[in-house]
Design a protein around this ligand. Structure first.
Ligand SMILES: [Zn+2]
Length: 366
């Protein structure tokens, strides 16, 4: 039996659909038709009809950067790395539900350990069948002593990188590589430093491509960011163009190449960005200005929250989206980025990102 959902308005590609388009007909988990509620109901009197007066229907939001196995505390991956399997899966379930309640119907997990997120993604039984769509990168590749080494993805050489990818392909939807240092690993390379040479990043990109897998690369610093662009990774996470404490670069040539080859910037603005902005804004620097700079040069920006790491939550994508409004993006543009744009960059346009016939409206998996 088909289902018809009627609301006050429909929003797709960041725009309100023409007046009178207020309903969606769904059958077998896919959108069949978009149109006037009265006409859809008349044409299919046997359909179940749900009305949402005062509400809009839009594609689910996509949070492009989360860690479902993190608990947002100072030792955010302690349970993931040493908890009992049931405890870890319960944590992942709670976090995924939190995303879903906040309107995210797709999340991209960019690093767990032990294959837990993939196991959760593949679960088809209650209570895990009600959850967002999950893309899992599995364990991130990193160097000995490097960013998040404790998750278990150390690969220092070309042979080790290939072997790690070979071993992961059965479980992952993409590959994550720590191209530069980070903030949550106290020793090892700083966030400004590169961890891998351009040659080794290329090995990862080419080897992943043999399996049809994208590569998401973690890079705060300009040096690792430029190396990532040279090797053609799909997304550069954080992508802060940092060259040292309080210093940010604007490498016009590299950003032009980024836009041309379709490498997206994976932004991870925390929900508390207003507090951070107060401390870091100077006469020469406005918080988030590198995002405006990249967007003006046609780089696709993915909005994510890095939820799971210290000081984050899973239901706050909306707060991160508000930064873009502050930076001057229209609301429609921000919604489009977190729906259609993200679906395109993550290779999900055939499933989600817009309200149109053929795309998925899935209420449960399995
Ligand atoms: Zn992350």
């Amino acid at each position: 039996m088909a289902e018809i959902y009627v609301a006050d308005r429909l929003i797709s590609a960041g725009e309100e659909l023409p007046p009178g388009h207020d309903a969606v007909r769904v059958a077998h988990g896919r959108i069949e038709a978009i149109g006037r509620g009265s006409e859809l109901v008349e044409a299919d009197p046997g359909a179940s009809v749900s009305r949402f007066a005062g509400y809009s229907i839009m594609p689910g939001l996509i949070n492009s950067h989360v860690h479902l196995g993190g608990d947002c505390s100072k030792s955010s991956f302690a349970t993931l790395c040493s908890g009992a399997p049931d405890e870890v899966l319960a944590l992942i379930r709670t976090n995924a539900r939190s995303c879903l309640r906040a309107g995210c119907t797709t999340v991209r997990d960019l690093g767990d350990s032990g294959g837990y997120v993939a196991r959760f993604r593949d679960s088809t039984t209650a209570p895990d069948s009600v959850r967002p769509r999950v893309l899992s990168a599995g364990v991130p590749l990193t160097i000995t002593g490097g960013h998040c080494w404790y998750l278990g993805g150390v690969a220092d050489t070309a042979a080790e990188i290939r072997s790690a990818i070979d071993g992961a392909v059965e479980d992952v939807d993409l590959i994550k590589i720590m191209a530069g240092g980070g903030y949550v690993t106290s020793e090892g390379p700083t966030p400004f430093d590169a961890q891998y040479s351009t040659e080794l990043l290329r090995v990862a990109v080419e080897h992943a491509a043999q399996y049809g897998l994208q590569v998401a690369a973690h890079a705060h610093g300009s040096e690792p960011i430029v190396r990532c662009i040279e090797t053609g990774v799909s997304t550069i996470e954080h992508c802060g163009w940092r060259s040292g404490p309080g210093k940010r670069d604007q490498n016009e040539e590299a950003v032009r190449q980024m836009a041309q080859q379709g490498t997206a910037a994976g932004d991870t603005t925390p929900a508390v960005w207003r507090d951070i902005a107060k401390y870091v804004t100077t006469p020469d620097y406005k918080y988030g200005s590198q995002l405006t700079w990249m967007a003006e040069r046609d780089v696709e920006i993915l909005i994510g929250t890095d939820s799971g790491v210290p000081g984050t939550e899973f239901d706050q994508l909306k707060l991160s989206m508000e930064l873009y409004e502050e930076l001057g993006f229209t609301r429609g543009k921000v919604i489009d980025m977190a729906t259609r744009g993200a679906a395109r960059s993550l290779g999900l346009s055939h499933e989600t990102g817009e309200l149109c016939a053929g795309l998925v409206l899935q209420r449960r998996f399995g």
